[in-house]
Design a protein around this ligand. Structure first.
Ligand SMILES: [Zn+2]
Length: 292
């Protein structure tokens, strides 16, 4: 089976063909007209003849209908029927899921963890996740199971983009970290600069990432107790910042005290920027698809 895969994000759209293994990915900036970008990438790949199309897209979305309304794609914020439009244009079966869910699926399918129970997380502009239990993707009632970004880690913490307060995402998402550091005098303009400062030993940057590590440790400890997963694979830009990990591990050890929670492996995700595409293709494995 030849699977066309698509990963639609706020800044970039990626596509590739998986035929046994994943072929070279092509990428373009999402731009103001994301549909034009999508078909510009897919048309030449689809012309080779493909059997099915797997899609990872930023949320929120109606699942499994695949009407997407990504927070960071203004043109689609009112809702865009991506699954139907793709099925119509390419005349192949289309399966679509949240991009963080696809990352979790990819880690379970190809990360080599060797476990049936895994929480996959993406910590970058937002914080998302996906949940595999008993070797199968758990969707929940509306396809949002595993959305670990809105676990509350500080009830009197900062406001969250969701309208709540003190969610893990409100504390640990990249823009929130930059804002927190800037309010204390940091000159960092974005998360990448903040990460570079931390590597140079800048104490405010180190403090900022330590704070993110604490929030992640609290959130992950709660998730581990609730879910009894054996592995938490943490992906996204923040997982690549070394100074996050010592406080994450210390906080986790403080809060994950029950015997079953102590030996859970919490580690950086193993697959790189291709993981959204790999997970999108894996949606055609019925372990990871429970809908229609
Ligand atoms: Zn929230």
């Amino acid at each position: 089976m030849k699977t066309l895969c698509l990963d639609v994000g706020g800044t970039k759209v990626a596509a590739a063909v998986q035929d046994g293994t994943l072929g070279a990915a092509v990428r373009r900036p999402t731009g103001d007209d994301p549909w034009e970008t999508v078909i510009g990438l897919l048309d030449p790949l689809a012309a080779q003849g493909v059997d099915q199309l797997g899609v990872a897209c930023g949320g929120p979305m109606e699942w499994p209908a695949g009407v997407v309304a990504p927070l960071n794609i203004p043109a689609w914020r009112g809702g865009f029927p991506l699954r139907d439009r793709l099925a119509e244009r390419y005349a192949v079966p289309v399966r679509l899921h949240n991009d963080a869910v696809c990352v979790a699926v990819a880690e379970h399918a190809q990360g080599g963890w060797g476990v049936a129970d895994l929480l996959g997380m993406v910590v970058s502009t937002g914080v998302g996740g996906g949940l595999v239990l008993g070797g199968r993707l758990v969707d929940g009632g509306t396809g949002n199971a595993g959305h670990v970004g809105h676990i509350v880690v500080d009830p009197i913490g900062p406001l969250c983009p969701c309208g709540g307060r003190g969610c893990l995402e409100a504390v640990a998402r990249g823009p929130a970290l930059v804002e927190w550091a800037q309010a204390r005098g940091s000159k960092a303009r974005d998360g990448v600069e903040l990460g570079r400062l931390a590597l140079q030993g800048d104490s405010l940057a180190l403090q900022t990432f330590a704070r993110a590590g604490r929030a992640l440790g609290v959130g992950i400890a709660s998730a581990i107790h609730l879910l009894d997963v054996r592995v938490v694979a943490v992906g996204g830009g923040l997982s690549q910042v070394p100074s996050v990990w010592p406080t994450l591990r210390r906080t986790l050890a403080e809060h994950a005290r029950l015997s079953f929670a102590k030996d859970v492996r919490v580690e950086p995700a193993r697959l790189g920027q291709e993981s959204g595409l790999i997970g999108a293709a894996a949606l055609f494995d019925d372990r990871y698809w429970s809908a229609d």
